[in-house]
Design a binder for this molecule. Structure first.
Ligand code: C5P
Length: 392
């Protein structure tokens, strides 16, 4: 991992040297940032020797601008340790007047804060308020320790020990294995319904949503069977077994055969609703001005699996709607016996087929639903899988 260790001016700054050693020993890249006052407590030389990278302590040094934006984008995690009352206040209110707080405002990665201060500063109302603001902005606050403080007072305010900070960051990034020992079936992509040996009726589904869900399930420890219609995608996680099909009928047969040995099914495929009633053995010739093709319904995989569902099994369906979105989705949820349905509306920019983003609502019934922001499909997959995990 690429870690920014941002040090502000507290006597606890000496512990940052141990913290740096632990991370470097574990194979992480550590870029150290320091405030001016931090340099009074520990030298940049000590830290750069341990991190094997120059320490940055100013926004502008030796006539060069240290790019806090680049630093903020580079890092996988930013850890402010020790975080003084002043640095907390600056972070909480967006005062970017040093390299630490400027980089904090530019960071897109998870940010951890290990406060260090004296007892009364720690309990002061302004510190409490600033910590609440930082929590609200998504920062993880690493609990302080209890014990003797530099002032001689005894109480809360000691910075967490380096080993505890390392563990907090590790726990945060450790892969969740909530779906260990669960087998989950996923359908993805479009289906192609043949007209003749060269032509088909299909749709614009890319399969990205279903593949992202399969990968996320596998990340959470599940064994995944992914039944995919024709797409250009390949699943990379070793716990995803991909079975390729072309038509709705093939997807139906495979899904019906597989479902009984699975704990859940997430049906993200855009299955064709109709197929040509007759499939010509030879290429259909261009003759008349008009050509009429009779279509018949394909089997509804979701509805069929809904009738097969056992008490231990869960089914999640999708609804891609253009109008009356909510009521259409609720009626599908009930009709197909889903545990919840993921609704995306074609009216939302960036949602639906072929894009890398999606905007969804997750509906449990007409009174219980969640509306999510526009996100990339990987993050949407995380939201969907998280709701499935809650069902267990
Ligand atoms: O009825 P509608 O096609 O809108 O329902 C969408 C949901 O049903 C999706 O989860 C889709 O994967 C599933 N479905 C299916 N088989 C079909 C049609 C839809 O599994 N033939």
């Amino acid at each position: 991992m690429k870690i920014i260790l941002a040090i502000s001016g507290s006597i606890a700054a000496y512990k940052s040297a141990f913290l740096t050693r632990l991370w470097v020993k574990n194979g992480h890249e550590v870029q150290i940032l320091m405030t001016d006052s931090a340099r009074q407590f520990i030298t940049p030389l000590t830290l750069s020797t341990l991190s094997k990278l120059p320490v940055i302590s100013e926004i502008i040094s030796e006539n060069a601008w240290n790019n806090h934006v680049e630093l903020g984008l580079w890092a996988d995690a930013m850890v402010v340790a020790p975080a003084t009352a002043t640095t907390l206040a600056k972070m909480a209110t967006g005062i970017a007047d040093n390299i630490v707080t400027a980089t904090y405002l530019s960071a897109r990665c998870p940010v951890f804060v290990a406060p260090a201060m004296d007892l009364d500063m720690w309990t002061h109302g302004s510190t409490r308020r600033n910590l609440d603001l930082l929590r609200g902005d998504g920062c993880m606050i690493i609990p302080v320790g209890h014990g003797e403080l530099a002032s001689g007072l005894v109480g809360n305010g000691r910075m967490a020990e380096p080993e505890d900070i390392v563990r907090c960051v590790e726990v945060f990034f450790a892969p969740k294995k909530d779906l260990l020992n669960k087998k989950i079936l996923v359908t993805a992509g479009p289906t192609y319904e043949a007209l003749d040996p060269v032509r088909f009726i299909g749709n614009r589904s890319s399969g990205k949503m279903g593949f992202a869900i399969a990968e996320e399930l596998a990340e959470c420890g599940a064994e995944v069977t992914l039944i995919s219609g024709p797409t250009k995608l390949t699943a990379t996680h070793p716990s995803v077994k991909t079975l390729k099909v072309e038509s709705a009928q093939q997807m139906f047969e495979l899904a019906t055969a597989e479902f009984p040995t699975h704990d859940a099914a997430i049906l993200a495929a855009a299955v064709a609703d109709y197929r040509p009633k007759e499939v010509s053995d030879v290429k259909i010739k261009k003759k008349e001005a008009n050509l009429t093709i009779e279509l018949e319904k394909t089997p509804d995989i979701a509805a069929h699996l809904g009738t097969m569902k056992q008490a231990h099994q869960r089914i999640v369906g999708f609804a891609l709607e253009t109008n009356d979105e909510f009521s259409n989705a609720v009626s599908k949820l009930k009709r197909k016996n889903f545990d919840f349905i993921v609704l995306n509306s074609m009216r939302d920019a960036g949602a639906g087929f072929n894009s890398d983003t999606n905007k969804i609502s997750i509906i449990f019934d007409e009174h219980t639903f969640k509306v999510f922001d526009l996100k990339n499909k990987g993050d949407v997959a995380k939201d969907i899988v998280e709701e499935l995990i809650k069902l267990y």
